[in-house]
Design a protein around this ligand. Structure first.
Ligand SMILES: NC(=O)c1ccc[n+]([C@@H]2O[C@H](COP(=O)([O-])OP(=O)(O)OC[C@H]3O[C@@H](n4cnc5c(N)ncnc54)[C@H](O)[C@@H]3O)[C@@H](O)[C@H]2O)c1
Length: 349
């Protein structure tokens, strides 16, 4: 059956916008109609590269014929205003991570989209990694038994030039935090996706080497609603940066994922598919996933998000990551910051 491609536009044509343009232009479900940036030359250069239109103003952008959905790729603390304005103009939204940096703004984004009857999809593309999907399936099937520990390490490196590459990076006002809010939010989302909602966190943040006002490292211990415990270590101070490691351990099985490589996949009850899974994920990709450079990942995860939103718009497919799902990571991160400030555990639910 033929699919009428959904017309997408991109707001904010900086670093991550390239992944979105590649995702949209290579998608079977989407087409790129226009882009907009508050710096017009940046939008024009970007539009020329991706063979699209650079709107001269935000109003002109929203009025582009056939524009049905917008990707919001502005700095993290500047997501709310374009999301709300685009929703009021009847556009569906795909919003970069984190959804915004405060729960108040995120709640307003969610309720505005609901009122305007448009979809709000959040981005955390690591959910689409095939090995993550395999782990989640095994959890859903109860193969780990009772979950005991769901933990992760994201010990990355960003040099000073990364933080100086845009004035909003490493600021409370617009980045909303440091290693945890920006880079770490991906892994927070994975822990919540695999371990479920978190009941209580105990956090400690620190700045080891960077000339920034926010943390370059965060250490968290948490209890999940389902009774499991876990820990998370996140950093941008660990030179030269390590692959992200996720460890799931239960009473009947365990899995260790290092970037895209499954280093352990062991269950009390082995199934024939387990050997296939071990072989499939025996070696990962050559890309670091962002361990030492901000944009060292390909656009396929973003394309899954684009395709999912397009099919949700046309066919009512369920969103992989709704606004409410995206809110959970920011709620967790804010609780860690509060715990670190007060030295006390924070109960979420
Ligand atoms: N999913 C991922 O893996 C991933 C990777 C990198 C960045 N991000 C997220 O994407 C967002 C952007 O990050 P970046 O590194 O591309 O930032 P960037 O600074 O490189 O680009 C942001 C762009 O937005 C423009 N801008 C600012 N305010 C605007 C407004 N109101 N309207 C239109 N344009 C505006 C800026 O001029 C700039 O060109 C952040 O929220 C970041 O967390 C996600």
């Amino acid at each position: 059956m033929s699919f009428q491609k959904v017309g997408f536009g991109i707001i904010g044509t900086g670093a991550v916008a390239a992944a979105h343009a590649m995702a949209i232009t290579n998608s079977d479900f989407a087409t790129l109609k226009a882009v907009f940036d508050v710096v017009p030359e940046r939008a024009q250069e970007f539009a020329a590269k991706y063979n699209t239109v650079a709107a001269g103003s935000f109003e002109e952008f929203l009025a582009i014929s056939g524009l049905e959905a917008v990707t919001v790729a502005t700095p993290s603390g500047f997501h709310h205003d374009p999301v709300v304005a685009a929703a009021r103009a009847g556009k569906h939204i795909l919003c970069e991570k984190p959804l915004d940096i405060t729960l108040e703004k995120i709640d307003d984004m969610i309720s505005t989209c609901e009122k305007c009857n448009v979809l709000l999809a959040a981005i955390f593309q690591s959910r689409f990694k095939k090995a993550v999907v395999a782990i989640r399936k095994a959890i859903d099937e109860g193969r780990f038994g009772k979950l005991v520990s769901v933990s992760a390490k994201q010990l990355w490196y960003r040099d000073e030039s990364y933080y100086k590459s845009a004035s909003w990076r490493g600021t409370w006002a617009v980045d909303g935090g440091g290693a945890l809010m920006n880079q770490g939010s991906h892994t927070v989302d994975l822990l919540l996706y695999l371990g479920g909602e978190v009941k209580k966190v105990c956090g400690h943040t620190a700045n080891f080497v960077h000339d920034i006002e926010v943390e370059d490292s965060a250490f968290v211990r948490m209890d999940y609603v389902n009774g499991a415990s876990g820990s998370l270590e996140v950093s941008t101070a660990c030179n030269p940066g390590f692959p992200v490691t996720i460890e799931i351990t239960g009473t009947r099985g365990s899995a260790v994922l290092k970037q895209d490589t499954l280093e352990r996949w062991v269950f009390a009850e082995e199934k024939p598919e387990d050997e296939v899974i071990r072989k499939e994920f025996a070696s990962g990709t050559s890309r670091s996933g962002g361990a030492s450079a901000a944009m060292d990942f390909d656009y396929h995860g973003h394309m899954e998000h684009v395709d999912n939103l397009a099919r949700a718009i046309r066919n009512g497919e369920a969103l992989i990551l709704s606004g409410r799902d995206g809110r959970l990571a920011v709620e967790f991160i804010q609780a860690v910051y509060e715990s670190s400030r007060t030295g006390l555990p924070v109960t979420l639910r």
